[in-house]
Design a protein around this ligand. Structure first.
Ligand SMILES: Nc1nc2c(ncn2[C@@H]2O[C@H](COP(=O)(O)OP(=O)(O)O)[C@@H](O)[C@H]2O)c(=O)[nH]1
Ligand SMILES: [Mg+2]
Length: 321
């Protein structure tokens, strides 16, 4: 493995931050990339949570991590050991990330290639709350040792967060942290905020958090509209009556796309191209981004914006001359 990419980022113009964040969010939605902005005090357990979370999801989603917590590579090195893509942002002493810095980070990692990107924001409960980064969801961690009074001291952080992870719950028994009082305080600031109680040490609560993530990413993938380039050749072209189309597709998988395409006589192309087992019939070929799709599960691959699909019958060479 080579060096971890280190990106110097500079602060953007404050008055433009919200507009840039909004543009970023739109782009991420179109690309079907779900971005989590992870915020907390230093040491609340962001990196530990990622180290617990990534192995659970990395076979299902293409995951990337943008590290900004501190300018050292310590966290980035740990994340890299999980085998996912990671880059380190150097914020030059800034106590937060803004949308311009996140944009640079997303460009550097190549965000459109990822399903799920975690940004480990700078450890701080004040500044990061003041900047919309363009992330899909804001997730904050509050660790038990920090105390249940934090909503009173740092209300904005709770207000801007979609999810609160109460971390280090393995300390609950040995502290005076009042879980129900904390929740009461938090719900006053942000009714409806999603709360998880997690210990990265014992693994408690990780299942619930991982399931939530999985569901959110899947929803994004299934609902966003993707522009696809679909080419029909040979016998398939004759059946559908066109050779090339840009299609706005709001479904999810290649199988769904083929189901939605109809022939001139109103039949779904699926029954023509795909057999009962869900594999491409031997007289036809389906290509995704210049690669032939063969196995059954390949038809269940979620499509991405800009994907190229080719549907064709096999070229038959006649012997002799
Ligand atoms: N007991 C306990 N310690 C934890 C837990 N999560 C993290 N830690 C420890 O807290 C320290 C800071 O964690 P880290 O993940 O680096 O926090 P970050 O600065 O927010 O990324 C490390 O020593 C971790 O081992 C937890 O759930 N329980
Ligand atoms: Mg960290």
């Amino acid at each position: 493995m080579g060096e971890i990419k280190l990106i110097e980022v500079k602060e953007g113009i404050l008055s433009e931050n919200d507009a840039i964040a909004q543009q970023l969010r739109e782009k991420l939605k179109n690309d079907c990339t779900f971005v989590i902005n992870l915020m907390s005090s230093p040491g609340a357990g962001k990196t530990s949570l990622l180290l617990r979370t990534i192995p659970r999801l990395k076979d299902k989603f293409k995951i990337g991590v943008i590290e900004a917590d501190i300018d050292s590579m310590v966290d980035a090195e740990k994340i890299r050991e999980t085998g996912v893509g990671v880059i380190q942002l150097r914020t030059g002493g800034f106590c937060h990330l803004d949308a311009t810095m996140v944009k640079s980070g997303l460009e550097a990692i190549g965000s459109s290639n990822f399903d799920l990107i975690f940004i480990e924001n700078v450890g701080n409960l004040v500044c990061p709350a003041e900047f919309d980064t363009g992330a899909t969801r804001n997730v904050m961690l509050l660790s038990v040792p920090e105390g249940d009074d934090k909503p009173l001291k740092y209300p904005l952080m709770f207000t801007v967060s979609d999810v609160l992870i109460i971390s280090k719950v393995d300390y609950l028994g040995s502290s005076d942290f009042d879980l129900s009082l904390l929740k009461e305080r938090v719900f006053k600031l942000k009714p409806g905020i999603k709360i998880f109680e997690v210990s990265s040490k014992t693994g408690e609560g990780i299942d619930q958090w991982v399931s939530w993530l999985e569901e959110e990413v899947s929803i994004l993938k299934s609902t966003s509209v993707k522009e696809l380039n679909v080419t029909a050749m040979m016998a398939v072209r004759e059946m559908v009556g066109w050779s090339q189309k840009k299609l706005n597709f709001s479904g999810n998988t290649l199988a769904q796309l083929i189901r939605e395409i109809t022939t001139i006589d109103g039949q779904s192309l699926y029954s023509v191209l795909i057999d009962e087992e869900g594999t491409v019939k031997k007289d036809y070929m389906v290509w995704l981004n210049n690669r032939p799709v063969k196995e059954q599960h390949s038809l269940e691959i979620p499509l991405q914006n800009g994907d190229r699909v080719l549907l064709t019958s096999m070229i038959k060479f006649s012997a002799g001359g």
